[in-house]
Design a protein around this ligand. Structure first.
Ligand code: SF4
Length: 79
């Protein structure tokens, strides 16, 4: 009980969490790969310059991160 949980990972880290209820698939920031829907890209991060920093999602159904937000990104259809 006295142990303190150390949160050492960066909040933006994508991690594999099999069976997660918050997969990139359902996340506002995820875009599926048009040629392979089991993979995708995350557009939820921005560089310091403000441009979108795409991150590769190796398993679109089972990966998640702390930035998960359910919903559709409004400009998804225009990407
Ligand atoms: S913000 Fe996180 S959960 Fe959402 S698509 Fe990107 S990596 Fe996946």
């Amino acid at each position: 009980m006295a142990e303190t949980l150390k949160l050492t990972h960066r909040s933006a880290d994508i991690r594999l969490e099999p069976g997660t209820s918050k997969p990139c698939l359902k996340c506002k920031w995820g875009i599926e790969d048009p040629t392979d829907p089991s993979k995708g890209q995350c557009i939820g991060s921005r560089t310091k310059m403000g441009s979108i920093w795409k991150r590769l999602i190796k398993d679109y159904y089972n990966m998640t991160c702390d930035k998960f937000e359910e919903g559709e990104v409004y400009f998804r259809d225009h990407v």
